[in-house]
Design a protein around this ligand. Structure first.
Ligand code: GDP
Ligand code: MG
Length: 237
């Protein structure tokens, strides 16, 4: 099995090297793709230096901040054209503990998609302001209610896909960015009948750097939930 962990970055200079080190500390046979959007803080240069030292690290540089969703879409295309079997999504800011990667690998033997879930066993989020937590929790609740998606955490960004899931989704049709991107990927996979499983993770908010998600992302997600429901009803996914 060829495994790729895709890590989108924008201004993550204080986090990226540590994350990569912690992933490789697992001593698993996997590779990492950093998709950097020309971060002004030179995250891209750091990733490039690390890649020059270690062949398991790859870097895609994009011209500017084009958004999380399109960064993942480019990463998925890279994974498909380079023969990876399992493809992970993971944040760069250490909110997603690499220690869970073996749990994902364990479950993916029985499923097509494994989602790291913050809300499977209560609320497993550390250090988020109440406002942010409520927004995330409510967005998930509404997404479940409107779309029927049976996931507790459809906005999370720690995921593992089997290659065939990404092959079956028309990636050129995906234009969403923040939380909406995560909901859209899970929804499309679910509608295609893939077996999806959630595993509990503890999400710890970043200690270094700043969040890039904005109120625009929240609005986009609110709109996307209804759009997906409609497309699903019309059979146009
Ligand atoms: N390439 C790229 N990465 C991004 C962009 N926006 C956010 N990210 C990365 O996506 C991940 C999640 O973003 P973050 O700001 O931590 O979101 P939050 O955890 O929901 O507050 C981090 O690794 C960010 O560096 C973007 O426009 N382009
Ligand atoms: Mg974060």
């Amino acid at each position: 099995m060829k495994i790729l962990i895709i890590v989108p970055t924008y201004n993550e200079r204080e986090n990226i090297e540590k994350l990569i080190q912690r992933i490789f500390d697992l001593r698993l046979d996997l590779e990492i793709l950093v998709v950097d959007d020309n971060s002004p803080d030179s995250t891209g240069e750091i990733a490039e230096r690390l890649a020059a030292e270690d062949q398991r690290i790859h870097v895609l540089h994009r011209g500017g901040k084009l958004g999380l969703g399109s960064a993942y879409v480019e990463g998925f295309k890279y994974a498909l054209s380079n023969g990876y079997d399992l493809i992970f999504e993971m944040d760069a800011d250490l909110s997603h503990d690499p220690g869970y990667i073996p749990d994902f690998l364990d479950k993916i033997s029985e499923y097509d998609v494994v989602l790291g879930s913050r809300y499977l066993t209560g609320v497993n989020v550390i250090n988020w302001p109440l406002k942010r937590l409520l927004l995330s929790y409510c967005a998930n609740w509404i997404a479940r209610l409107v779309t029927g998606l049976p996931m507790r955490d459809s906005t999370g960004g720690f995921k593992c896909f089997r290659r065939r899931v990404l092959e079956s989704i028309d990636l050129d049709k995906i234009h969403s960015e923040g939380y909406a991107f995560q909901i859209e990927m899970s929804f499309r996979a679910w509608k295609k009948g893939f077996r999806i499983c959630e595993i509990p993770i503890i999400f710890c908010d970043r200690q270094k750097g700043k969040s890039k998600l904005s109120s625009k992302d929240a609005r986009e997600a609110a709109w996307m939930i209804w759009k997906l429901k409609l497309l699903g009803l019309l059979g146009m996914l």
